[in-house]
Design a protein around this ligand. Structure first.
Ligand SMILES: O=C(O)CCC(=O)C(=O)O
Ligand SMILES: [Fe+2]
Length: 346
């Protein structure tokens, strides 16, 4: 399957998209709001890690509210060096600039291959193709990385370590916001051995951005996703049945709640529906870090959050690996994968 990068490069002056890239939007998917009323919550991490007790408890409250109202927030003062974030987006740009033949070496087929690059999502089942090339690699508990281009491995090792530390701090705050101890989630889900995957997305300029889509509406499978990008926006999130553009500060992380958190919190913190739009002018690169429990962990609602009469379990237990395989081998359809574990009220 031809990458979008090669398609754009081979057809200089492309003025329309090939028919297979036409994505049909439903009328309620538009318009997209840029209303300042719809601005994304901002969490100052330094107040959580180094603030006074009062600042800390306020930040935990804000974090809980952001998880509940939005399922998405941006994080500032997170301690990850800006130079490392830039180096990582740069390294991913360099990876996509390798020749098609060099990249083919990583063209894995199976969703559990530890390094895999390709186009669209799952080009063998996607009826519509998405305007996106990707590289996915597992970085924890075992670190895997392409060995090309030069420096890629070192940068992604450091970046994934810092991303994991950031995720653990956020998970402590989230755990507290659920009324659990700060290390509850880490211990209950054995996050010492957390599964962590890096997903680099490349969205080349598209001649008909309103007809194509980079990634269709979906939620992420893990607990939390941390996202950075190369100064070009494109992420859109669904909030109170409206689509909203996510415009973040250049140095911020965009964080969203994934399906395993929805399950673990028994639906209190729902995973957020999001999509990636494309544009006519600039190449966009985004890098998502998904943090989840170990692949062999069976995940269900935390017993502490379930009460037989007032808050019955809303999800069955399923092994994370099984969930991931289910989600990744089917066509993306919003949050439909959660239907496999949802218990419908009697
Ligand atoms: O590129 C983006 O903004 C979103 C990427 C994303 O949703 C993903 O990789 O799961
Ligand atoms: Fe996503």
């Amino acid at each position: 399957m031809t990458s979008i990068k090669a398609l754009v490069a081979e057809s200089a002056g492309l003025t329309s998209i090939p028919p297979r890239y036409t994505f049909t939007r439903s009328p309620d998917d538009e318009p997209v709001s840029d209303d300042p009323e719809d601005s994304i919550p901002i969490i100052d991490l330094s107040l959580l890690t180094h603030g006074t007790p009062d600042q800390r408890s306020k930040t935990i409250h804000q974090l809980g509210k952001a998880c509940q109202d939005w399922g998405l927030f941006t994080v500032i003062n997170h301690g990850v060096p800006e130079s490392l974030m830039k180096a990582m987006t740069g390294a991913c740009g360099d990876f996509f600039n390798l020749t098609e033949e060099e990249k083919r070496e990583y063209g894995g087929k199976h969703v559990l291959d530890s390094i895999r690059c390709g186009t669209s999502i799952n080009a063998s089942v996607d009826k519509v193709l998405f305007w996106r090339d990707f590289l996915k690699f597992f970085v924890h508990p075992q670190f895997h990385s392409p060995s090309k281009p030069a420096g890629f491995r070192e940068i992604s090792l450091e970046y994934s370590k810092r991303g994991r530390e950031l995720a653990m701090e956020l998970l402590k705050g989230i755990s507290m916001s659920l009324g659990l101890g700060d290390t509850y989630i880490q211990n209950a889900l054995n996050l010492e051995s957390s599964f962590q995957i890096l997903i680099a997305n490349l969205y080349p300029p598209c001649p008909e951005p309103e007809l194509a889509i980079g990634l269709p509406p979906h939620s992420d499978h893990g607990l939390l996703t941390l996202l950075i990008q190369n100064e070009i926006s494109g992420l859109q999130v669904q909030h109170q049945s409206k689509w909203v553009n996510v415009n973040s500060a250049p140095n911020a992380f965009i964080v969203n709640i994934g399906d395993q958190m929805e399950i673990m919190s028994n639906g209190k913190y729902e995973s957020v529906l999001h999509r990636a739009s494309v544009n006519e002018k600039a190449t966009r690169i985004s890098i998502a870090t998904i943090i989840g429990p170990p692949l062999d962990m069976v995940v269900g609602p935390a017993p502490e959050l379930v009460h037989r009469e007032t808050n019955a379990p809303a999800y069955t237990r399923m092994k994370y690996k099984e969930y991931l395989q289910l989600q990744q081998s089917n066509q993306v359809d919003g949050k439909s994968c959660l239907d496999h574990v949802r218990i419908l009220p009697a």
